[in-house]
Design a protein around this ligand. Structure first.
Ligand SMILES: NC(=O)C1=CN([C@@H]2O[C@H](COP(=O)(O)OP(=O)(O)OC[C@H]3O[C@@H](n4cnc5c(N)ncnc54)[C@H](OP(=O)(O)O)[C@@H]3O)[C@@H](O)[C@H]2O)C=CC1
Ligand SMILES: O=C(O)[C@@H]1CCC=N1
Length: 272
């Protein structure tokens, strides 16, 4: 495994998720550095993972082989501008930001760069992450391997052939943990409305969600529709609930939500 010196610019939710996966997989803490303006997140990362931390983006980036840009898209231009005086010729830059096209970064950093775009998700924090990765033709096999090693430590990776594919990755896995959380939240609320204690409603809903996901994963020979049919006894309770979702056009609503997610990524590509 290639072990590069990695610096995360921005120490928020996703940086924490990725570092957690890296350290759990034995990536040396001494090779990981995170920067952030506020102190609290840095203290927590240092305490939990024994990594290097600082407020100085430029010094940390200068010392790194791999720079992971992990700030909100609206801050990316300013953050890159403040790194643009560095010589980045021998560094690999990885971005996890939604929306911003790969070509935009060399403008922000004011020099030619080697950049890989990725789209991880928060379950990376517990080893169940899913990351989509896009690299242009200028990226070497070794650079791709470094990126894959970093992102794979938190879960699975999938390479996409075109940059547009990353927007579909956002809709399918980057943003989608929130869809499932919303569904589970709604189930718990309904259970509570019907009189169930909240802790029991949560246990019932979360274990059903875990079991359903594992059923999909462990039964690749079956379609997801077949797994659903297997729960639906004719004239039974599940059929009544599923009919209710279908009458409300759940499939159409999911499609609309995912297309809106992609539209927002495309809007962001024009904005930032
Ligand atoms: N959350 C998610 O599920 C996913 C997010 N992403 C992408 O990841 C990126 C980060 O998102 P997320 O981790 O959720 O966001 P967070 O807001 O949790 O983290 C961003 C961090 O950047 C820090 N920051 C702000 N300004 C600077 C600066 N000048 N230099 C260094 N750090 C700075 C913030 O510090 P402070 O709080 O102190 O201001 C904050 O800790 C985004 O671009 C997003 O599109 C990608 C996939 C999934
Ligand atoms: O909501 C967002 O913009 C980011 C990208 C994917 C998940 N969170």
């Amino acid at each position: 495994m290639t072990q590069a010196k990695v610096c995360f610019i921005g120490a928020g939710n996703m940086t924490r998720s990725i570092i957690s996966g890296l350290v759990k997989h034995g990536y040396p803490s001494a090779l990981i550095h995170a920067t952030n303006p506020s102190q609290g997140k840095l203290d927590a990362l240092k305490q939990d993972f024994a990594i290097e931390v600082s407020h100085d983006n430029a010094a940390a980036a200068q010392a790194a082989d791999v720079i992971v840009l992990s700030v909100k898209p609206q801050l990316m231009e300013a953050v890159c501008d403040a790194l643009s005086h560095l010589d980045l010729a021998n560094k690999l830059i990885i971005t996890i930001a939604a929306g911003i096209p790969a070509a935009r970064y060399s403008q922000y950093l004011k020099q030619p760069i080697k950049l890989i775009r990725t789209m991880p998700n928060t379950p990376t924090q517990i080893g169940y992450g899913m990351t989509g990765i896009y690299a242009g033709d200028d990226i070497s096999a070794e650079q791709k391997a470094i990126c894959e090693t970093l992102m794979q430590s938190g879960g699975k990776v999938v390479w996409v052939d075109s940059e547009d594919g990353l927007n579909q990755v956002i809709a399918l896995s980057g943003s989608s943990p929130a869809y499932f959380f919303l569904f589970i939240e709604s189930m718990i609320a309904s259970g509570v409305n019907m009189g169930m204690a909240e802790d029991k409603a949560r246990l019932l809903a979360e274990q059903a969600a875990l079991g359903a996901a594992q059923m999909v994963i462990q039964n690749q020979q079956l379609s997801v529709a077949q797994l659903r049919q297997n729960v639906m006894s004719k004239g039974g309770t599940t059929a009544r609930a599923v009919e209710t979702f279908q009458q409300g056009d759940l499939g159409g609503l999911v499609d609309k939500a995912m297309r809106n997610c992609v539209d927002r990524a495309e809007e962001m590509a024009k904005t930032f």
